[in-house]
Design a protein around this ligand. Sequence first.
Ligand code: SAM
Ligand code: SF4
Length: 369
Amino acid sequence: VYVHVPFCRVHCPYCDFYTYPSARGRQDHFVAAVCQEIELCTTRLSPEGYQVETIYFGGGTPSLLTPHQFDIILTMLERMFACVSCPEITVEMNPGEVTAEFLAALKALGINRLSLGVQSFQESALRFLGRDCGQNAVLSALELVRAWGNWSADLIFGWAGQTIDSWSHDLELVLGYQPPHVSLYQLTIEQQTRFGSLARRGQTLLQTDDAQAELYILACTILKQNGLEQYEVSNFARPGHISRHNSAYWRRTEYLGLGPSAHSFLAGRRTENVRSLPRYIDLLNSRRSPLAAVEVLTPATARREQVWLGLRTSEGIPRQWLADTLYGLLEDAMAHGMVANRGDDRIVLTPKGMAVADAFAAQVLFTDS
Ligand SMILES: C[S@@+](CC[C@H](N)C(=O)[O-])C[C@H]1O[C@@H](n2cnc3c(N)ncnc32)[C@H](O)[C@@H]1O
Ligand code: SF4
């Protein structure tokens, strides 16, 4: 289950996720609407056919909800669905909201994983990225989440002005806190954001592709040397700390997305909720579906997804998923050190291939027609 919590104190200029200004309130209405959406779903799905394995509160800034509001949503989910005995329950947090009391309250609710949006330790980068807190807040938050237990840190790389030295320094600093899990995100310029309009006006916001690849491969090497194994293009974990929730996406396990703009994958359909909090609340108050888009997957689309998602992971894909014609393209990629045949007849991307994973998958999928 994914719950999209759409509130943010400020909207970062690079971010395209749906958010609503937290200063305008509405958190209680949002929580009530999520509970209504859960009830509505259970009238359409057969809840007895499902077992919840993971719950992920993403955003937006889930840490802007109170422990009581988390409790209301979790209680409703437990009432409506069977859960495995120890579900993974993650909450994304911005450093500004991390306090010892808040973390203790989350633990008491059974929340057992935190994902902290560090992004960078450099004051200049935090300003450039429009973050609402400086280095001191990031460091204090890290002290608290380390003491709390199971956590992950998000870092962003590839922004103009970032150097190999400043990136190495960021990685060293985060590794000093012994993170069980790290996610590295290459800064992406999304068209509908402030960075999108600055880029259209000619401002340089990113490093060159080659410099980004260098930053990425450096990070993969440093994380591996420090015991964090890469299990997906952007994700690294110590043994036993792979995110069960994110892994389910890459395995194409079904999931239910709740909240405005949330996506679901159920019964061979991918759906998307309306991207507006007021509209979402209105629809659910009148017991109407918040769905805005539905895609029924054809067998061909499902196969393409399987290849694309599988290639992102360190498990790769079985060689037999690819037609013989395509194997020629792969041999070429192998000769360039992008792809390896793991030995058990599974095709995996090398670190060099991971750096261009999306472009590579697009090429494979385009050829596999
Ligand atoms: C949507 S945020 C939610 C978590 C939290 N609000 C935060 O900002 O840390 C999840 C992660 O997405 C990443 N992200 C969002 N927009 C991005 C972009 N345009 N390029 C790269 N990473 C991005 C950030 O690293 C962030 O930690
Ligand atoms: S990056 Fe996080 S804090 Fe910034 S706007 Fe996006 S969801 Fe909100």
